[in-house]
Design a protein around this ligand. Structure first.
Ligand code: FES
Ligand SMILES: [Fe+2]
Length: 337
């Protein structure tokens, strides 16, 4: 499935840039192939417009903010958060500003990020209870551009047959290639997948897992949020919870913005942010290396023979079927690619 060919995907929220990154001015972002500019209005609320001035097409992201409006850097035309043109500095004072606008999009802040919906939202941003639970702290772990597709990242997130191979350098055990089974319950927003996995626990994982045993268990309760978000809630026997929230925001058909937020029910002195980043960075770089070596068109292998199916392919297949049903229900003109 090539995301930019499926207009229905424009009707979901996607995390784009950290809100704090807008403090020093507007920033460009590409979402589903659409060039947008993000900025903060007078109240400090995020706004999203098409990154194109209606005068001579300059990218508004090259401009700056004046009193909560965005100013085009080319000739100084000024737009408000709705995209309405409010000022042409070359006009005489008494001459009215023509009725013109840059296209605007829904934008709001959640979990430290600016979320954007290019169309009309079919669902809300995933609700994360960890955010308001005082037992948990939040760490903004990763903000990386990967050369893969959102659906590839999502199916990989629920594929525990790759641990023994892709993650043999961190927590995977090459001698244990047979994965545990997921129990999957479909929800209105996607599904919940539960499993218990035995993992290696090398010395640099001891403070992550809360045990010095050579192996430990992850009791996992993972959520998939249609289309491209997931939580991986890992509960260790030590009582520690290591909860990863990912957004695989589609930039275009060959690239995603990988966003990773971590929630932990411990304190900085128990396990430092630097340790947590180092451990999870090693893991996601293993995934990245493999995912960037796959075909980003994640539907093309749907025709795989039934006798080639592994039980661990089931979450990914459910995800694709759910997305295909969505495309069908909304009468997409173009067959999925
Ligand atoms: S191109 Fe933007 S003001 Fe001229
Ligand atoms: Fe992985």
């Amino acid at each position: 499935m090539l995301s930019t060919r499926q207009p229905i995907l424009r009707n979901f929220w996607y995390a784009t840039v950290l809100v704090e990154s807008l403090a020093d001015g507007p920033k460009p972002f590409k979402l589903l192939g659409q060039e947008i500019v993000l900025f903060l209005d007078k109240e400090g609320a995020p706004a999203a417009l098409e990154d194109r001035c209606c005068h001579r097409t300059a990218k508004l992201s090259k401009g700056w903010i004046h009193d909560g409006n965005i100013v085009c850097g080319y000739h100084g035309w000024e737009y408000d958060r709705e995209g309405k043109l409010v000022m042409i500095p070359q006009f005489p004072f008494e001459q009215a500003v023509p009725n013109a606008k840059a296209k605007n999009f829904h934008a709001k802040e959640r979990y430290g990020y600016v979320w954007v919906c290019l169309g009309e939202p079919l669902s809300d941003i995933p609700a994360l209870d960890y955010e308001t639970d005082p037992a948990f702290r939040r760490i903004q772990q990763f903000y990386d551009r990967w050369q893969t597709s959102s659906l590839r990242l999502m199916e990989n997130s629920f594929d525990n047959a790759h641990f023994a191979f892709v993650h043999k350098g961190t927590f995977g055990d090459i001698n244990q290639p047979k994965p545990e089974k997921y129990e999957i319950t479909e929800t209105d927003y996607g599904f919940v997948a539960e499993t218990i996995v035995t993992v290696r626990n090398p010395p640099n994982a001891v403070r992550i897992t809360g045990t010095s045993e050579p192996t430990t268990k992850r009791i996992m309760r993972n959520h998939w949020y249609l289309p491209f978000c997931r939580t991986m809630d890992m509960h260790y026997p030590s009582g520690l919870r290591h909860v990863i929230f990912n957004c695989a925001t589609p930039i275009d058909d060959g690239a995603i913005q990988l966003i990773q937020i971590l929630y932990r029910n411990d304190r900085e002195e128990d396990c430092s942010t630097a340790e947590l980043i180092a451990w999870d960075k090693a893991i996601i770089e293993e995934d990245r290396d493999m995912l960037e070596a796959t075909d980003p068109d994640a539907i093309v292998d749907m025709g795989r023979k039934i006798e080639m199916h592994m039980p661990s392919d089931r979450p990914g297949m459910m995800m694709r079927n759910r997305l295909l049903a969505l495309l069908k229900a909304h009468g997409e003109a173009e067959a999925p690619r």
